[in-house]
Design a protein around this ligand. Structure first.
Ligand SMILES: Nc1ncnc2c1ncn2[C@@H]1O[C@H](COP(=O)(O)OP(=O)(O)OP(=O)(O)O)[C@@H](O)[C@H]1O
Length: 259
C-alpha cells in the first residue's frame, strides 16, 4: 500500500570515475509502498544509481539514507540485510544450480541457524534447511516456477529466468526492490504478465519498488511517479502524465519514443 512515509532518501548524491561525472546532485525520495520509475537515455546513469544504492560503488558526494540509517560505505551484503535487493540488467543467476537452490541461496544469506549448527549438522540446521526450502517453494509458486524447481537455472527460457531473478531478490525480504530493466528481451505478452506480477508482489509483500525500464508504455502504465536522468543529472520528476509532456524529457529522448 502506498504511503507518505519516507523509506529512502538520496540527498545530493554524486559519483565520478576519474574525470567523468557519472552522476551529480541526485535527489530522490521514495515513500514506503510506492512503485517509481527511473528512466533516461542510454548512458544517463541509471544503473550507476542502482550501484550506489546497493553499495557496489560509494558516492563521492551526498548521502543515501534508508529508514533513517545512512548507507554510505556499507558493503553490498550489509545493504541487502538492511533491506535493499536488486535484479540486474544482464541476468545473474547461478546457472548450474537448480531453480530451487537459486532461491534458497538468498534465504541462506538471512538464515537464523548458525554456521556452527550447519557444520556439526545439529537439529537446528535441519529444521532451518526445511523451513528455507518450504519458503523457497512458496516463492516459486507465486512466480509459477515450481514445476521447474529441479531444473538447472540456465535451462529455463529467458522470460522465466527473469522471473526467477525477481523471486530470488524477493527471498531476501527487501523493503526496497530495485529492478533493472526486468522486461528486457521479453515479448509483449511476457512483458504484460511481468507487469501484472510486479503490481501483485508490491501489494502482497508491501514493497517499495524502483524500476529502470526502457519500455515507456510499461513505465507509464505501472509507475506512480517517474524520475528522469540525462547525462548524470535529474532533469525531471513527476507523474507519468507530467513526464510525458515535459519538454526537457522530450528533448532528451529526441528520436526515441516517449509514449
Ligand atoms: N565503473 C565505471 N567506470 C567508469 N565509468 C563508468 C563506470 N560505471 C559507469 N560508468 C559510466 O557512467 C555513465 C553512466 O552509465 P550507466 O550504465 O549508469 O548508464 P545507464 O543509464 O544505466 O545506461 P543504459 O541505459 O545504457 O544501461 C556512462 O558514461 C558509463 O560509461
Amino acid at each position: 500500500m502506498k504511503t507518505n512515509k519516507p523509506l529512502l532518501k538520496a540527498n545530493n548524491v554524486g559519483i565520478h570515475f576519474g574525470g567523468l561525472k557519472a552522476l551529480s546532485g541526485i535527489n530522490v525520495e521514495l515513500n514506503a509502498g510506492e512503485l517509481v520509475g527511473l528512466i533516461g537515455p542510454n548512458g544517463a546513469g541509471k544503473t550507476t544509481f542502482f550501484n550506489l544504492l546497493t553499495g557496489v560503488y560509494e558516492p563521492t558526494e551526498g548521502s543515501i539514507v534508508l529508514d533513517n540509517e545512512k548507507l554510505n560505505g556499507l558493503a553490498p551484503y550489509k545493504i541487502t540485510r538492511k533491506g535493499i535487493s536488486r535484479t540486474f540488467q544482464n541476468i545473474r543467476l547461478f546457472g548450474e544450480l537448480s531453480v530451487l537452490d537459486n532461491v534458497k541461496v538468498a534465504y541462506h544469506s538471512l538464515a537464523r541457524h548458525s554456521i556452527f549448527s550447519s557444520i556439526f549438522r545439529l537439529p537446528s540446521h535441519f529444521s532451518g534447511e526445511k523451513e528455507i526450502e518450504e519458503k523457497a517453494i512458496e516463492f516459486l509458486k507465486i512466480f509459477n516456477l515450481e514445476s521447474f524447481m529441479y531444473e538447472k537455472a540456465k535451462n529455463l527460457p529467458y522470460g522465466q529466468q527473469r522471473r526467477l531473478e525477481i523471486a530470488r531478490a524477493l527471498a531476501a525480504h527487501p523493503k526496497l526492490l530495485l529492478l533493472d530493466e526486468p522486461a528486457a528481451g521479453m515479448n509483449p505478452q511476457e512483458t504484460r504478465e511481468l507487469m501484472n506480477l510486479i503490481a501483485f508482489i508490491r501489494e502482497k509483500f508491501q514493497l517499495t519498488i524502483l524500476l529502470i525500464e526502457h519500455d515507456m508504455s510499461l513505465v507509464m502504465g505501472v509507475c506512480e511517479r517517474i524520475y528522469v536522468l540525462d547525462h548524470g543529472q535529474l532533469i525531471a520528476h513527476g507523474t507519468p502524465e507530467e513526464i510525458r509532456n515535459n519538454p526537457k524529457v522530450i528533448e532528451a529522448y529526441l528520436g526515441e519514443e516517449v509514449s
